[in-house]
Ligand binder design. Structure first.
Ligand code: OGA
Ligand code: MN
Length: 305
């Protein structure tokens, strides 16, 4: 497909294209930004091949799509707080031990999630650059994506009805419940990120009010109106359901890939790998959201019905 000279190649029939003739470190023309946004709207995922970026140029590229979101904890990244190190390698190049707190956070990324769901305004896009990737023969290390629009469409009517009124609690602090090795948050960090709840079925005003599933497994597992065990059981069911191949695309990394995904539509997770054997170093820019997640009963949605 040839559009504005940007050549896209479909990666799977569920989501995603790759683009191999585009330099993300350059100034990007308005028309190209609009085109990339359109591709994201239709395909939800772009892989730009063979990029050459650092924290500054990644931040600059990310800003083409909105404001940069900052990391929720003050001292985890030594560089820019808007560029997250998604890495088992320190900024000084040291391969970190698998029980280092920075690596524990990476392991938590292996639970299905969508970024910054613990914010009242969750992020729009995440943009992840692979500086050091695993050798091809290694097991794991891919990033897998599941398309929640497709997953919703394929639900039975009974399940749609069951999920429709539910809300999930999303709590940054509750990552500690799942990963007890992490240090306590400071009072200030906790106060900045109180638990929020979001509808489990979300509605997309920019997609003609289409619905999709919205849940995560990396923070709290509480579902409002359900007991904790009942909520966990539902999570388990949702995880099995959305993990089916028919909704998923697994990205096998090549060094210098830059991938970009829509957090409103896709869930993602890293496939665990041997953290002590392999180095994996990535940096991420995140486009801040400006609106809450709308549920089927929100005023805006009901007024349109
Ligand atoms: C992330 C994330 C997955 C990966 O950066 O938000 O979940 O494959 N990364 O590292
Ligand atoms: Mn993530």
């Amino acid at each position: 497909m040839l559009k504005n000279k940007i050549i896209t190649k479909q990666l799977s029939n569920k989501l995603g294209v790759s683009i191999s003739n585009f330099d993300c470190s350059k100034e990007i023309k308005f028309d190209d930004i609009e085109l990339l946004k359109k591709i994201m709207q239709d395909k939800h995922f772009i892989c730009f091949k063979n990029q050459n970026l650092n924290g500054d140029s990644l931040a600059k590229f990310t800003k083409n799509f909105g404001d940069l979101e900052a990391y929720p904890e003050k001292d985890k990244t030594k560089g820019k707080i808007e560029i997250f190190n998604v890495s088992n390698v320190s900024e000084d190049g040291e391969h970190l031990s698998p029980d280092d707190q920075r690596v524990i956070l990476q392991k938590n990324n292996s639970r299905w999630h969508t970024d910054s769901s613990y914010r009242y305004y969750p992020s729009i896009f995440s943009i992840l650059y692979g500086q050091e990737t695993l050798p091809h023969e290694a097991k794991g290390g891919q990033t897998e994506f599941s398309n929640m629009l497709l997953a919703y469409e394929n639900l039975s009517d009974d399940k749609k009805q069951l999920l429709e009124p539910l809300h999930q609690v999303h709590s940054y602090n509750d990552i500690r419940r799942l990963e007890p090795g992490l240090p306590e948050l400071t009072y200030e960090e906790k106060s900045n990120f109180p638990p929020v709840s979001h509808p489990v079925i979300r509605v997309h005003p920019d997609r003609n009010y289409k619905k999709s599933i919205y849940f995560t497994s990396n923070t709290s597992l509480e579902i409002g109106g359900m007991g904790l065990e009942e909520g966990k059981k539902l999570h388990g069911w949702l995880v099995d359901y959305i993990s089916q191949d028919k909704f998923c695309y697994k990205h096998s990394w090549e060094k210098n890939d830059l991938i970009m995904w829509d957090n409103r539509v896709l869930l993602h997770r890293v496939i665990p790998y041997d953290y002590s054997k392999y180095r994996r170093a990535m940096i991420r820019g995140t486009v801040e959201g400006k609106v809450p997640v709308l549920g089927p009963f929100s005023n805006e949605v009901r007024l349109k019905a």
